[in-house]
Write a protein that binds this ligand. Structure first.
Ligand SMILES: [Zn+2]
Ligand SMILES: [Zn+2]
Length: 359
């Protein structure tokens, strides 16, 4: 059989292969999405490499954009969607009915995440690296203006994280000062979200030559200072720029580095908030407990994107107020999904910020 729905399946680490699947039959309560683009992030790299271990084969991809291909009558009423509508999806889905689902937190009955449900669970098409994606009754699709290009719409996840981490988690207020550690996709999204939420002064850090272009872009997107931590002490620089006070909010998006956590404690003003978003893969040595207590700092951990942050991200994309196309740097056909993920982590000739896989 050579016809069917094309999808990239991960059966073991670093082996992503094209397979064909049958088109699922849609009932009253579910839908089928024709994927136009799927964003990728650091989580995709962890899944492909096996650092996030999976027991069974999956179709990865949790940041899909597409058009409604087929939809059941009850799902159409509930989601206010019709065939042809362009939507983006929240990565997590649930039963749609329990208390967890109703208050838009985590489902208490049958939580799931696109890109992580095994293909052996019918109807197999649970990931965004595919031509079609199955939307179960508990999925949370958001309609997005169909005039927005799919690869720009695919920024909804990164921008959602920007609002969740730099605005919602620290309770950012108009006039606040913010330092964002790391100029990657998430860090730059934090710059845009903080600026949209009314932060007056934004500082961004990066590392050396490999981040030079991203730091320059951070400046263009509204950061006042772009600090190369290989050449300057970020704490001194941030304190110097704030009259010795430090910033209201620090968001650390850097992966696998301990020093930024220690820097964050010293760059925050007394009573300020530190948001820890980058996973380190180990404990931070010499964690300055006393300094956190003495300076009355709030430390918050963040992971996923909440419902409201998704809505804010979509609103910002639809407003066309920002040069979001500057963030999208690469796109690859479905068959090159593994190359897309490698490019995000290893970079290439041009700096990689936001990348899409496009069936
Ligand atoms: Zn992601
Ligand atoms: Zn639920």
């Amino acid at each position: 059989m050579t016809t069917g729905i094309r999808a990239m399946v991960l059966r073991e680490p670093d082996r992503l292969e094209l397979e064909l699947f049958e088109r699922p039959r849609i009932g009253d309560d579910d839908a089928l999405l024709r994927v136009e683009a799927c964003g990728i992030c650091g989580t995709d790299a962890e899944v492909l490499s096996g650092r996030i271990p999976l027991a069974d084969a999956v179709i990865p991809g949790h940041e899909p954009v597409g058009r409604i291909e087929a939809i059941g009558p009850r799902a159409a009423r509930r989601w206010k969607l019709a065939p042809g509508d362009r939507v983006v999806l929240e990565a997590d889905f649930g039963c749609g009915r329990c208390l967890g689902c109703l208050d838009a937190s985590t489902c208490l009955v049958s939580p799931g995440t696109f890109g992580f449900v095994p293909t052996k669970t019918a109807p197999a098409l649970w990931g965004g690296y595919a031509e079609m994606l199955y939307l179960p009754p508990g999925a949370v699709p958001h309609k997005i203006d169909a005039r927005i290009e799919p690869r720009i719409a695919a920024l909804y996840n990164a921008l959602g994280a920007g609002f969740a981490w730099a605005v919602a988690a620290p309770g950012l207020r108009v006039g606040d000062t913010v330092a964002i550690f790391g100029p990657g996709q998430r860090g730059l999204a934090c710059v845009l979200a903080a600026r949209a939420a009314g932060a007056t002064r934004i500082f961004v850090t990066g590392m050396g030559a490999r981040d030079a272009a991203k730091l320059a872009l951070a400046r263009e997107l509204g950061a006042e200072l772009a600090i190369d931590v290989e050449r300057e002490d970020p704490v001194e620089r941030i304190r110097g720029a704030t009259g010795g006070a430090g910033v209201d909010v620090v968001v650390d998006t850097t992966p696998h580095a301990a020093q930024p956590v220690l820097d964050a404690v010293r760059a925050a003003r007394p009573g300020g908030t530190i948001v820890l978003a980058g996973l380190k893969g180990r404990a931070v040595p010499d964690f300055p407990t006393d300094e956190i207590a003495m300076r009355r700092l709030t430390v918050r951990g963040v992971r996923a994107v909440d419902h409201r942050s998704f809505r804010q991200a979509i609103g910002l994309i639809e407003s066309r107020r920002l040069p979001l196309e500057r963030l999208h740097t690469h796109h690859y056909p479905l068959e090159d999904a593994a190359l897309a993920v490698r490019t995000l982590t290893a970079g290439g000739e041009r700096p990689a910020i936001a990348i899409t896989v496009e069936p």
